[in-house]
Design a protein around this ligand. Structure first.
Ligand SMILES: [Zn+2]
Length: 216
């Protein structure tokens, strides 16, 4: 980690999920999202710029952006939820067959959306029974341009990492529709990827891209 700081500004290299500040103190700008506890987290890999004068936090992406293509399988964070759409920041391209592996990091501000009709082959009453803010999701690209349209209809696609809405711990796979918290025992509904059950991709994601930093 390299950092630079002065009274007015500090800069630090961050990975998706890193906590950069709290929403009470700073305005969340580009490349970040605010989690359920009001913490500002990086949604992309890059350099966090914390401006103490203007009270803003932004993450500037690394140079040399690589784009996903039609049918690319991607990993992203849920940064915003609407009743009919899940919005993600995409940070990596993977290949799931024959077995999960990383292809490359999309080191840019790439967005993707999963329209409610692309989530699963069933009637969806409440989209929050499928995804929540901050979830790490694997999905397939079904459009050719940015912002990308995504689908999670295959059992392989869906949530691979989710935080407990009660205590914030990382939850575990229970079924393709339920994740469970190992700390407080709470169960939450999700559209869970079958990969969340295996040791393959989730561990790779954690090692390479995500450093969880809990302030407590
Ligand atoms: Zn919990």
């Amino acid at each position: 980690m390299t950092s630079y700081s002065s009274k007015e500004k500090s800069e630090v290299d961050v990975l998706p999920g890193d906590v950069i500040g709290v929403a009470e103190e700073y305005l969340a700008g580009r490349g970040v999202y605010v989690d359920d506890w009001g913490r500002i987290r990086a949604s992309i890999t890059g350099r966090a710029v914390i401006d103490r004068i203007n009270k803003t936090v932004n993450v500037v992406p690394r140079k040399g952006v690589k784009f996903p293509e039609l049918n690319s399988e991607v990993i992203g964070y849920v940064t915003s939820m609407r009743p009919d759409l899940v919005i993600l920041d995409i940070f990596g391209v993977v290949s799931l067959t024959p077995r999960p592996r990383w292809l490359y990091e999309t080191s840019g501000l790439l967005s993707g959306g999963i329209p409610i009709a692309n989530i699963a082959d069933e009637f969806i009453k409440d989209i929050t029974d499928y995804f929540r803010l901050g979830d790490v999701v694997v999905a397939r690209v079904v459009s050719r341009s940015h912002p990308f349209t995504l689908t999670t209809k295959s059992p392989l696609y869906g949530v691979i990492h989710a935080y407990c809405g009660n205590c914030g711990a990382l939850m575990k796979f229970k079924s393709d529709r339920v994740m469970v918290c190992p700390r407080c025992g709470r169960s939450e509904k999700r559209k869970v990827s079958l990969l969340a059950r295996s040791r393959g991709l989730p561990i790779l994601v954690r090692k390479q891209l995500i450093r969880y930093r809990y302030p407590w």
